[in-house]
Each structure stands twice: as structure tokens, then as C-alpha cells.
Design a protein around this ligand. Structure first.
Ligand code: FEO
Ligand code: CA
Ligand code: CA
Length: 559
């Protein structure tokens, strides 16, 4: 496998259209816009072609199927339970996907990383949570072990032949990372007495590093091993989890809620303590000219915060400072125990500040946001886009996308300007934005996350939007700025993890939790992907077709 570090060409992202320079090495989660050449101006001929590109969007649908717009096609690459080797199977509830080719000159053969966020015990461990008020009291350790196996992530080699992506079964790179896989903490101080901890779970979205490793983010970690909470006198107590794994395995909550880095070649993993502990949705990394890195991450919970880490050394996710955003005043505030007396008043050291990042952020006056989820960097302007999914407690039902413009376009700036790029709602035709991805031409793709308990319910503000979907906001041409629905998810599902292949011809996409509202396995609400077993299965699909190619090529700004 080639791991050549590409030469960095400094990013002049704020240049106006007509002299746009794309960064040579811009990488982030959900976005393989890793430009390999400079882009400058768009030719008149191209613009004329663009104007003729007609996008026929889908209408909202309640159908139990993955529907795609005219000009698109899809095939399933892998689904829950499929064998990836003689010993391992693909996990449940696939979310983030990330594809790294073995060789930059061949975009059709490489390693696919897939997050497995959580399980539905009804399907995975043959336990019906609907029949028991306290699930943890009615499961055996064997059932818990099955659940722990089905979260984490998968590495699978995939190859495209004749337009179809297939997994290479039993490839030596194929492996599972699970809630049982030991992994090191990338930190000098042990946490709860350990420097190696057991497993990862709650793996929602993620990212990729400039040195081509996968980042997988632990989001709703408190569902599995609970949380340590502190009262007004700073006295700790345990809040039990909903899934009750801590009743079987005594792993401390503090070992979870981190950004985890996985080496694709050998599957070794480490947790990056310096990036803080909270419900990490994603981790979007940008490499500066001097090879220091900036890593953005949102805490997907009502009224939580937006963070960025700036490293002080090249290629380090350990040495540096974690900042939290004040989006009103446009300030990044350092979560730095040494230099912030207010943090010293509550926490004993920097490790405790990072473990209790939410509380530390509130002490500094960080802005409460409406569930910050995925983050992407616009490859044309360098602006940072953050999905704010919703916040029902503040009557924000449909969410919005926040735009962050760092001062002078410098990713390591400590000031910025924040504004709303687009708001969800009936006028704009989408609700609850979650994952984001820019394609090779800078079109913005968005998936929605209307929760299963809200979708298609009478008298509910989400009713007009029907099933969760994939949307695109074209950058050029007559549809520029419009939100166009290009795929509609099966029943109860959410489309997640959009990631473009390096040649821009395939959009990898997860179909997560189809049939999630099922009460009785014999009568599921969905049977997608229709594999004759009569139950729904989360799966990763490849979306291909003329439209993807036109969006990626016709719109492309050419030198
Ligand atoms: Fe797992 Fe915030 O989505
Ligand atoms: Ca993304
Ligand atoms: Ca998500």
C-alpha cells in the first residue's frame, strides 16, 4: 500500500472565483475532494454545458425502498452479517464510510472503513427491548457479547469491476474492530488507571488523517457504559446506561467519548485524548503548510458545543491546544488548564479538563449550539460548514447549516465569523441536516436525520418531509443554491456516511437502521435490502450513474 504524503501547496482559499486555487491536500470526513491538480477558472464552454444540466429531484416518499433520482443507480456492496473473512462478519448500523485506494493511480481498488454505531438488540442479540422496561436485567452475557461484536468498525478491501463494487473476501486487510478490541490512549497520564482500554463503540461519523489513517468518533457513548456525573459540590456519581453493558463489564465511562484513530494496514487503534471527550460526531482534519493539523469536531447533543484542536507539532493529535467556539463573538477559547484560572478552580489538571470537556466549555462561556453534527471544509472557499441538526428544546425543529469563516482564511486563526448558510424547513425542502460531503466540483451533498419516532407521524412538523433522504445543493448552473432530493431512504432508515471515490464516479453511502421501529421481528416495518431473509439489514451501497459523473466533471472548474 502506498502511503506517500502528498506535497502540500498552500491553500489560498479566499481567492475569488476566476483565480480559485484548490488545496493540494484537503481531506476531511465524508469528503474525498483531495484535489490532485490546481483548479483555476471555469471556461465559457463548460458554463454553457452546466446551464443545460437538469437535475430532476425526487418527491418526498414513504416507500420502503432506496429510491434514487433519474441518472443515478445503486448496488449494495455489503450488508450486516456478510462474511468478510472466515472468522469475521460485517457489523450492524453502518454509519461513516471512508475509502482509501491502495494506489493513487488506481481509484478502483482499496480499503473501505465503515463505522458500526450501535445495535438493535431485536435483530442482533435476539432480545426484544420492547417487552422489557430495563433491558440490562434481561440479557445474558452471550447476548451482550454479540452486541459488542457488532459495533466498532470494519475494514474491507473492495474492488470495482465492470461498474460494480465488490468486497474481496478473505483479503488479509479485512478485519473487525469491536467493543472488545484493546487500544492505547495517546496520552501520558493513565485514565481511570489505564493506558490501554477495551474497545470502541457508538462510532458515528469520522474522518481521515493527512497520513491516511481512519478516524472514528465515539458519539453517544453513555448509552453503553453510562456516564460519571458531578453535582454542585463536584461529587461524582454513576448515571446508568440505557443498554446496561456496565452490568456485565466494568469498563469506566471515561474510556469512551473520544476520537479513535485506526491504522488501515494492521488495524491498531489509539484514542486521542487531546481532542476532548464528548459526543463526537465527526473529526475533520486540515493539514497546514508546516504540517501542523487543525481538527474540527462537534458535540451532537442539544446545547453543546463546537471544538477545534490545533497541533503545536507536525502531524500530531496529541501535542497542541483544544479550543471551543463562542459563535456569537467569533472566538476560539482555549481549554487550557495552565492558562485559564477558571478551569483551575474546578478541575485538578488538563486531563480532567479534557475528560469533562463539556463542563469546562461551559465555564469558559462557549456557545450552546443546536446539535452540531458533521463538519466539512468547502474546497473552493475554505469555509467550514457545520450541520446543526435541530434543537426541539429551543423550537428549532428543522435545523440549519452554520458557516464558519476563519479570519483571513487561516485554519489556525483564533477568531472567525459565523453565519447561517441555509436553514431547514418546508421552504428549502429539507429538515434535520446531518452528514455533509463536498464532491470534486464543490457541490454540497447533505443527508437528513429525522428521528424514527418523528418520521411520517400525523400532526408532527416532520410529516411533509416523509422518509430521510440525500440532497444536493448544486454550486453552478440554473439549480445553483437549490436543495434537490436525489435519494430517499427505506422505511425508518437514515442515509449516512456519504463519501466520494477519488475519481468522483461513485458515492459510497450507508443505509442505517432500516426498520428501526419494528416491534415484532416476524412483522418488520422494512425488509430492505430485500435479501429474502425477511428482515431489514443495514448496508453500504455504491451510488453511481451519469448524474454523479456530470456533477463531478461538468461542474468542475478547469485549469
Ligand atoms: Fe450518530 Fe449525531 O449522529
Ligand atoms: Ca461528512
Ligand atoms: Ca450522524
Amino acid at each position: 500500500m502506498k502511503y506517500n504524503r502528498r506535497k502540500f501547496i498552500s491553500f489560498l482559499g479566499k481567492a475569488g472565483l476566476g483565480a480559485v486555487i484548490m488545496p493540494q491536500f484537503l481531506i476531511h470526513c465524508g469528503n474525498t475532494t483531495t484535489p490532485t491538480k490546481r483548479f483555476t477558472t471555469i471556461t465559457k464552454e463548460r458554463l454553457e454545458k452546466l446551464k443545460k444540466l437538469v437535475l430532476e429531484g425526487l418527491l418526498p416518499s414513504k416507500k420502503d425502498d432506496l429510491l434514487v433520482a433519474n441518472g443515478l443507480d445503486y448496488h449494495t456492496i455489503i450488508k450486516w452479517g456478510d462474511k468478510i473473512s472466515d472468522t469475521d462478519t460485517f457489523g450492524f448500523n453502518n454509519d461513516f464510510t471512508c475509502f482509501i485506494p491502495f494506489d493513487d493511480t488506481n481509484p478502483k481498488d482499496g480499503l473501505l472503513w465503515v463505522n458500526h454505531e450501535y445495535v438493535n438488540p431485536l435483530f442482533v442479540s435476539d432480545f426484544n427491548p420492547n417487552k422489557h422496561a430495563v433491558p440490562s436485567k434481561h440479557r445474558t452475557i452471550e447476548q451482550i457479547d454479540k452486541e459488542m461484536y457488532n459495533v466498532g468498525g470494519s475494514i474491507v478491501r473492495i474492488r470495482e469491476e465492470n461498474g460494480i463494487w465488490k468486497i474481496v473476501k478473505n483479503d488479509p486487510y479485512n478485519r473487525r474492530i469491536t467493543a472488545k478490541t484493546p487500544m492505547k490512549l495517546n496520552w501520558d497520564t493513565p485514565i481511570k488507571g489505564k493506558t490501554t482500554v477495551i474497545g470502541t463503540h457508538s462510532n458515528c461519523s469520522g474522518g481521515i488523517t493527512p497520513w491516511k489513517t481512519f478516524l472514528t468518533c465515539e458519539e453517544n457513548y453513555d448509552n453503553f457504559f453510562g456516564e460519571t456525573e458531578y453535582d454542585q459540590n463536584n461529587i461524582a456519581s454513576h448515571r446508568p446506561s440505557t443498554e446496561g453493558w456496565e452490568n456485565f463489564y466494568k469498563y469506566p465511562p471515561e474510556h469512551y467519548g473520544w476520537v479513535v484513530e485506526v491504522n488501515p494496514t494492521d488495524g491498531t487503534a489509539q484514542k486521542h485524548i487531546a481532542l476532548g471527550r464528548f459526543a463526537h460526531e465527526c473529526c475533520t482534519v486540515y493539514e497546514l503548510a508546516d504540517r501542523r493539523v487543525v481538527a474540527y469536531s462537534g458535540d451532537d447533543k442539544n446545547n453543546e458545543h463546537l471544538y477545534k484542536f490545533i497541533s503545536s507539532k507536525p502531524s500530531s493529535l496529541k501535542e497542541g491546544t483544544l479550543y471551543v467556539a463562542d459563535t456569537i463573538q467569533g472566538k476560539w477559547m482555549a481549554l487550557d488548564w495552565e492558562n485559564q484560572p477558571i478551569l483551575q478552580s474546578k478541575f485538578k489538571d488538563q486531563t480532567e479538563v479534557l475528560i469533562r470537556a463539556r463542563e469546562a466549555s461551559k465555564l469558559l462561556g462557549a456557545t450552546a449550539l443546536n446539535r452540531p453534527e458533521d463538519i466539512e471544509i468547502d474546497p473552493i472557499t475554505g469555509n467550514i460548514f457545520v450541520s446543526l441538526t435541530n434543537n426541539k428544546s429551543k423550537n428549532d425543529f428543522h435545523g440549519s447549516i452554520l458557516k464558519i469563516e476563519e479570519t483571513n482564511g487561516a485554519f489556525d486563526a483564533l477568531t472567525f465569523k459565523a453565519s447561517t448558510y441555509i436553514a431547514g424547513g418546508e421552504k428549502n425542502g429539507f429538515s434535520c441536516p446531518d452528514n455533509l460531503a463536498f464532491d470534486l466540483s464543490g457541490n454540497l451533498w447533505i443527508t437528513s436525520d429525522i428521528s424514527g419516532s418523528d418520521m411520517n407521524r400525523e400532526g408532527n412538523p416532520y410529516l411533509p418531509f416523509k422518509n430521510n433522504s440525500l440532497f444536493v445543493i448544486p454550486r453552478y448552473g440554473e439549480d445553483s443554491g437549490k436543495v434537490i432530493r436525489v435519494a430517499s431512504a427505506p422505511k425508518d432508515a437514515e442515509l449516512t456516511g456519504p463519501w466520494f471515490s477519488p475519481d468522483g464516479k461513485t458515492l459510497f453511502l450507508s443505509v442505517q437502521h432500516p426498520g428501526e421501529q419494528t416491534q415484532d421481528k416476524n412483522n418488520p416495518t422494512s425488509t430492505w435490502p430485500f435479501d429474502n431473509e425477511g428482515i431489514p439489514k443495514p448496508a453500504v451501497v455504491a451510488i453511481t450513474g451519469d448524474l454523479i459523473e456530470k456533477m463531478n466533471k461538468l461542474n468542475q472548474i478547469e485549469a
